[in-house]
Every structure is written in structure tokens, then in C-alpha cells.
Design a protein around this ligand. Structure first.
Ligand SMILES: NC(=O)c1ccc[n+]([C@@H]2O[C@H](COP(=O)([O-])OP(=O)(O)OC[C@H]3O[C@@H](n4cnc5c(N)ncnc54)[C@H](O)[C@@H]3O)[C@@H](O)[C@H]2O)c1
Length: 348
């Protein structure tokens, strides 16, 4: 098999936990270079994964002719720059979620990919879990009929990230909504077949992040309230051109007894739920619950990287099309705008 040489831009948490191990597991794939503005982070990642070339400026990595593809694993505000630079240099790009700070940036990234004729994939790894794949097969086979409503929930009781720049608006673009809301929104829209959104109403708020009075939770994440200017709660109501609607709920913190990562789809022929996994139909005159069993034990992040490399090798379309990530970005932007104005936002 032809060797694929990849580069890593931003070698912090997700790069070291998921992208680098994912590439390393694959035959005939070499992590050829790593770049991080923090030279110590780059050096340590390179050492751990035996990477021959180490840079503190991603432009040096992008200039390497032998690097065919890159993972962009920088904070959200630094997705667009390295992605466009890499595409212009003729590399394929897997960029972490959320795709960008806003839809304008996302459009520029898509345009760069089109101009370069290279793959642009967005790291929405939950699409590749065995549970998602099982539900997607059922939805695509028509088991749900017309999906007219969905609920998407990504909630934590105390789960504000304490590392990196997640809580700084300038570098992250937002809090819980863009960090974990994006995952469940994408997963739900993916199962629904990505209908076109027409209007969005929503609210975001910060009810826990800026507070200094909260007791520390044993084993929990610790953040700095002084470096917190994003949302820790977000809710949205979205209407679609096909008549469907969706409710999105997300939190990094909340006084709730049932935090989780889940979605439910309501269809005329069947419904489904992500966790616990189930499909709900009427068959042979009875209401039946279908529970897929013995699903493969896969790590969605590893499958994501594997599918990226497969698409490069076989010239396949992007396994997570950036045009779909742009739609989620438009919805997230619109929830922020609706929260500011107190009005519904129309999407064209
Ligand atoms: N898909 C997932 O499950 C998942 C999980 C966590 C994070 N993420 C995403 O991954 C991205 C990074 O998150 P993280 O948790 O790894 O953060 P992190 O802070 O641990 O790592 C980011 C790294 O990028 C480096 N960096 C910052 N600006 C840079 C630049 N201009 N050029 C090169 N390097 C730069 C930082 O020094 C740091 O080492 C974010 O977009 C986040 O949303 C995705």
C-alpha cells in the first residue's frame, strides 16, 4: 500500500489522545511532522509518537512536500488559518469540531478546499460510533418513515473544561453550545438526513462558569471563573424546510439529575433513541422495541481517522462533508444571534 504521510497541527489534548494514536494504528501511515505554538508540547508529542519533524510554526509543516494530509487540532479560533494554508499547499485536511468560529469562516474553508481540489473533513467523530451507524442504517432503510421531530441533548452537571482555552470566547467562539452541542446537533441532523433549516430561536447563558462560590467537586474538572466569558447553557428550537422541527439542549453545568449525550427521533413509522439504544415501531399488530445487540467495539475517533485516510487513498468524498458542518455552524450562529436579539432568526 502507498504510504500516507500526515502532519499534526496543534498537538494538545485531542491530538495526543485521538488523532495521533489513530494514525499510528494504521498500516502504511506515518506521522511525519508535528507543529504546536508551544514548542514543549510539540516536542513531547513528537517524542511520544516518534515523529521525525517538529515545528513551532505550522507554516513550516505545511511547506513540507512529502506531507499529504494534516489534522488541525488547534483551538477553534485557529481552525481556519491552518486549514486554508494546508489546502492551498495541496494537503487534505481533517479539522476538529466545531469547524470554525462562524459560518463565514466555514464558507471560506469550503471554498479553499474546492479551489485546491482536496478533501476537507470535519472531526465529528460521533457519527462513527457503532450505535450511530446502527441507527443510521435503520433510518436510511426507511424504518422511521417521515421524521417530524427530534430532540438533541448534550448536558453535563459539572463538566466545564479546565484546560486549554475552551472558556475564552475570543479563542473558542462559545462554550457548551459550540463544544458539545455541535456533536449532538450533528449526530441528530445526520440521522435525519440533514434537512435544510429555515428558522432558529434560542438562548444561551452563563449560570455557573463565572461563579467563585461553587464548591469543588471531587474528581471533577476545575476551571478558572476569571477566564470565563462564554455560555455554559444553550437551548434552541429549529424549524426545517421539510416541516420537521428539533429541540437542542446543552450544558457544561446545571443542577440536573440526568445529564447525558442523547438524541431521539420521532418518525411516522418508527422512532429511535441513541442512549440507551433503541428503535420503536409497530409490527405484526404490536408495539415493538428493537435493541441492536453485539455491536462492534469501535472507538469513534479511531474510525474517523481511518475513514479520512481511506478517503484519501481511494479518492472518496469527504466522510464528514464540510457542507453539512456548515449547516450546524449556521444553526449555532443563529442560536447566539437569537439569544442576543430575543428574536427568531430566519435562515436562507
Ligand atoms: N472531537 C472531540 O471529541 C474533541 C475533544 C476535545 C477537543 N476537541 C477539539 O479539538 C480542538 C483542540 O482541543 P484540545 O482539547 O486538544 O485543546 P488543547 O488546548 O489541549 O490543545 C490545543 C493545542 O493547540 C496549540 N495551538 C494553539 N494555537 C496554535 C496555532 N496557531 N498553531 C499551532 N498550535 C496551536 C496549543 O498550544 C495546544 O497545544 C478544539 O477545536 C476542540 O473543540 C474535539
Amino acid at each position: 500500500m502507498r504510504k500516507v504521510r500526515v502532519g499534526i497541527i496543534g498537538s494538545g489534548g485531542i491530538a495526543q489522545a485521538c488523532h495521533m494514536p489513530g494514525y499510528q494504528e494504521l498500516a502504511d501511515v506515518e506521522i511525519h511532522a508535528v507543529a504546536d505554538i508551544n514548542p514543549e508540547t510539540a516536542r513531547r508529542a513528537a517524542e511520544q509518537f516518534s515523529v521525525p519533524h517538529v515545528f513551532s510554526d505550522y507554516r513550516d509543516l505545511v511547506a513540507m512536500r512529502e506531507v499529504e494530509a494534516v489534522s488541525v487540532c488547534t483551538p477553534n479560533a485557529f481552525h481556519k488559518g491552518p486549514t486554508i494554508a494546508a489546502l492551498r499547499a495541496g494537503k487534505h485536511v481533517l479539522v476538529e469540531k466545531p469547524m470554525a468560529l462562524n459560518a463565514t469562516e466555514a464558507r471560506a474553508m469550503i471554498a479553499a478546499a474546492k479551489r485546491a481540489g482536496k478533501l476537507l473533513m470535519v472531526g465529528l467523530n460521533n457519527r462513527f460510533s457503532a450505535a450511530t451507524q446502527a441507527l443510521k442504517r435503520a433510518a436510511d432503510a426507511g424504518a422511521l418513515g417521515e421524521v417530524y421531530f427530534a430532540e438533541a441533548v448534550a448536558t453535563r452537571r459539572r463538566g466545564i473544561p479546565g484546560w486549554g482555552v475552551f472558556t475564552e470566547k475570543e479563542k473558542s467562539g462559545g462554550g457548551a453550545l459550540v463544544d458539545i452541542g455541535v456533536h449532538i446537533l450533528d449526530l441528530t441532523l445526520h440521522l435525519m438526513g440533514y434537512p435544510k433549516p429555515t428558522s432558529v430561536s434560542g438562548m444561551v447563558a452563563a449560570k455557573f462558569g463565572p461563579r467563585k462560590d461553587l464548591p469543588r467537586v471531587e474528581g471533577g474538572w476545575h476551571w478558572d471563573p476569571k477566564r470565563f466569558d462564554v455560555d455554559d447553557f444553550g437551548v434552541g428550537f429549529i424549524r426545517f424546510q421539510n416541516g420537521a422541527s428539533l429541540v437542542l439542549k446543552t450544558s457544561w453545568a446545571g443542577n440536573i439529575g440526568d445529564p447525558g449525550f442523547n438524541c431521539t427521533l420521532w418518525g411516522t413509522d418508527g422512532g429511535c433513541r441513541f442512549d440507551p439504544l433503541g428503535i420503536f415501531r409497530q409490527e405484526y399488530g404490536s408495539l415493538v422495541d428493537i435493541t441492536p445487540v453485539d455491536l462492534p467495539q469501535v472507538r469513534s475517533h479511531s474510525v474517523e481517522v481511518e475513514r479520512f485516510v481511506e478517503a484519501i487513498r481511494k479518492g472518496l468524498p469527504s466522510p464528514v462533508p464540510p457542507e453539512e458542518a456548515l449547516v450546524t455552524q449556521q444553526i449555532l450562529d443563529a442560536i447566539h444571534r437569537s439569544s442576543q436579539t430575543g428574536k427568531e432568526v430566519k435562515l436562507t
